[in-house]
Write a protein that binds this ligand. Structure first.
Ligand code: FAD
Length: 399
């Protein structure tokens, strides 16, 4: 355990690792130390997601999400091509199943065009020609959406960072610390570390890190578990594209989608229910501190009040498999209860404001010598490389 470093980065998910690599490329002689509490990188959100390289269809024009996602698609593909990580550009169909969804699809189409994302409107007939196993009244085709294993991307980033002289301290938890006029002291489970600058990419613990280091933040991370199922008993050509429902603007997440996996086969998911533990992946995982943190936060209750219907719907789908199946059968009747096999779940770190509003865009908060990544939900895996560049720019600008 070193006692001092030039730059300390907390969090070995894809955002922390992309930041570490970018800092290193701009400061090859600096000492850069990445601290990760687990025994290997990418065990949380980065290793438990849909694996979709999002094209950038959904995000508000002008938002950081729209900007970084558009840059991230190409940056991710270039990184993977350079380092031999397989990707597939299989394209995505966003499928409407009734008139109301067709209307909402028009808004989505305009948003994609405003973001400069290639998008094509398909009639029901054209969509069925592309995907005979899908029921739809009309669809949007996003040809540039693709898939990758983000954990493999993060592992490669970790390997490059250490090979180029960076330090990764695994099984080392940052427990607190403080910032002086000169530097930042990180208290860790292996002793203190003094850093010239610090970046915190702690995902599900972003709010705790920010508060521990004196950043003035009002939001709280609310953990939303997403359950997936693997699809068995179905042919390899069940669908050629990723199949997404038209998102409901009343709900914060994209809806249960049918996704091709890099190692073959398909999954459906993720659902969205309050997780009993920030890193609790089982239906009944419980961490009293985490649960109390959500339940004692007025913002959570305000969010729940606004979304009571969808919260009950998501909870019942999480508990009753046949309810979950209905979400999939809405657009793919071929999938039956027997086809849904258990698959690892993920927990999203979603920042919620005190008024109960989901903080939609990426959020970064800076203090004198630190930068906190406060909200980096989807598509932050796709966007990690430009996010890393942005963090480095901000950090060096404040030097
Ligand atoms: C179900 C689900 C589906 C998603 N699908 C997609 C998708 O298809 N495409 C996409 O682009 N994005 C997707 N996302 C979002 C994406 O996975 C995340 O935005 C991204 O992985 C965030 O990366 P991160 O590095 O910020 O967080 P994480 O991967 O969670 O990493 C944070 C790291 O910090 C470490 N840490 C935390 N606290 C401490 C501490 N005190 N000391 C030391 N280490 C600490 C943790 O152990 C962890 O390794 C999805 C997310 C989920 C959950």
């Amino acid at each position: 355990m070193p006692q001092t470093t030039d730059f300390a980065i907390t969090g070995g998910g894809i955002v922390g690792l992309a930041t570490a690599l970018d800092l290193q490329s701009r400061h090859p002689t600096a000492r850069i130390t990445l601290l990760e509490k687990e025994s290997q990188p990418a065990l949380h959100q980065t290793g438990r997601n849909s694996g979709v390289i999002h094209a950038g269809v959904y995000y508000a024009p002008g938002s950081l999400k729209a900007r970084f996602c558009a840059l991230g698609v190409q940056a991710t593909r270039d990184f993977c091509a350079e380092h031999g990580i397989p990707t597939q550009t299989c394209g995505k169909l966003i499928v409407a199943t009734d008139e109301a969804e067709l209307t909402r699809m028009t808004t989505l189409e305009s948003r994609a065009r405003a973001n400069g994302i290639p998008i094509e409107r398909l009639s029901a007939e054209d969509a069925r020609t592309l995907e005979p196993n899908i029921s739809t009244t009309g669809a949007l085709l996003s040809p540039s959406t693709g898939i990758v294993d983000f954990a493999a991307v993060a592992q490669k980033m970790a390997e490059l960072f250490t090979r180029r002289g960076g330090d990764i301290l695994l099984s080392t938890q940052v427990t607190g610390g403080n910032e002086s006029t000169q530097s930042v002291t990180l208290n860790t489970t292996h002793g203190p570390l003094s850093a010239g600058k610090a970046v915190f990419c702690a995902g599900l613990h972003a709010d705790r890190m920010a508060r521990n280091f004196g950043a003035d933040v009002q939001f709280r991370i609310i953990p939303f578990r997403g359950d997936y199922f693997a699809i068995k008993n179905q042919p390899d050509d069940l669908v050629q594209h990723l199949i997404y429902p038209v998102p409901d603007p009343e709900r914060p997440f994209l809806g249960v989608h049918l996704t091709r996996k890099m190692n073959g086969g398909f999954t459906v998911g993720p659902s969205a229910v309050l997780a009993g533990a920030r890193e609790g992946y089982g239906k009944f995982s419980l961490n009293p501190t985490d649960l109390a943190s959500a339940l004692s936060y007025p913002g959570f209750w305000k969010l729940l009040a606004k979304n009571a219907g969808s919260a009950i719907d998501e909870l019942s789908a999480s508990l009753v498999k046949s309810r979950y199946l209905k979400k999939v059968q809405k657009y793919c009747h071929r999938i039956t209860l027997n086809d849904l096999a258990p698959y690892k779940s993920g927990v999203r770190a979603q920042a919620v404001a005190p008024d109960g509003k989901i903080i939609d865009d990426f959020l970064f908060v800076q203090t004198r010598h630190s930068l906190h990544v406060c909200n980096a939900p989807s598509p932050a895996a796709t966007s990690a490389i430009p996010i890393g560049r942005y963090i480095t720019d901000q950090l060096l600008a404040s030097a």
